[in-house]
Design a protein around this ligand. Sequence first.
Ligand code: NDP
Ligand SMILES: O=C1OC[C@@H](O)[C@H](O)[C@H]1O
Length: 366
Amino acid sequence: MSSPYECKWGILATGWIAEMFSKDLLVAPSSRSVSDVKHTITAVASSTSASRASEFLTKVGVPANTAAAYGSYEELVADPNVSIIYVATPHSHHYENCLLALNAGKHVCCEKPFTINAAQAEHLVEVARQKKLFLMEAVWIRFFPLVIELQRLIHEEKVLGEIRRVFSDFGNPFKPDPKHRLYNPELGGGALLDLGIYALTWQMLTLYQDPKNKATAPDVKGSIIKSDLTGVDEFTTILLNFPTARTQGVATTNMTIRSSPHVVLIQGTKADLTVDWPPYRPESFTIREKDDDGKWTGKEDTRKYEIPGHGMFWEADACARAIRDGKSEEERCSLKESILTMKIMDKVRYDNDFRYPDHLESTSSK
Ligand SMILES: NC(=O)C1=CN([C@@H]2O[C@H](COP(=O)(O)OP(=O)(O)OC[C@H]3O[C@@H](n4cnc5c(N)ncnc54)[C@H](OP(=O)(O)O)[C@@H]3O)[C@@H](O)[C@H]2O)C=CC1
Ligand SMILES: O=C1OC[C@@H](O)[C@H](O)[C@H]1O
């Protein structure tokens, strides 16, 4: 048996998700039956200080003296020991940080949302293609075994019959605080970009990727209620009509109240499928059968999927394999779908007169 491909990660930022992701990189691949790739954290950078980067390495459990700790992102992307940069800064900084890494010749895996708007995402893709580098938005749920199996069941096995309608929601209460990244427009705050992107991803995974849809972009209408504290979107509802498949989706998000226990409802002619909370880290779903008259038969099938860690290693494995194989993108999390998702969010925001400060919406490389 050949030895596993080693993917060398540089972690850009030391906040909450950087910690979760880094801890997952250190989980033994064998615990998820993976043997073809492995992960090493070779460097981390904090824009605050090198000592914060150093403390981060200790906190996540990186073996002593195996990784460099930098006090600037510039030093991190210049490190020849790093192959791929994981960008874990607030939304406002993704575009700038990804450009920094790509321009230094590094592959990139960037936290969701990819950027502030679609124009920035398109620019990143252009730069990555020019430089022949791998680039991916870290939409981690796309790589969950639960999601892969759910898609096989509904799109290949067609256990729901014809899919007609999908409701998806991600709501979670956050204390209104103008400085918090969810409320602060300067950090790309608001429910849509942070939480709503999951509700939209479920629409992409189910209705957009339904073979009957033939990859047709949906017609989109949205409605927003803005925070009276900072003006970011506090509630957003998106209606998606898929004209080719003649199906309809409703994606909702808000940052004042938690979703109901069923966060996704996929309605088909033969059965419905509900995914249980949380929409960003799903562990179970239930299929409820209908008879030929569309009435419930009472037959239910619940499937549970254990996650041996936080669950971010599956996307990391996909990045490693793509880099090993010389690919510029990962098909389960394609750049085309990331750009389309950003375009949908742009339309909803701009139609509702919600723009971030000009310097955040800009595509000029800083
Ligand atoms: N996939 C998932 O499940 C999740 C994804 N996310 C995504 O990850 C990103 C980061 O979120 P999260 O980790 O919760 O955020 P945190 O606020 O916990 O961390 C962000 C980090 O970014 C760095 N940073 C650089 N510039 C700034 C700035 N001006 N203000 C604040 N921080 C800055 C800081 O690290 P340093 O000082 O070291 O440079 C900071 O610790 C977001 O894009 C979010 O959408 C978040 C949570 C879950
Ligand atoms: O990606 C995320 O998922 C979990 C949420 O609580 C968090 O705010 C968001 O960034």
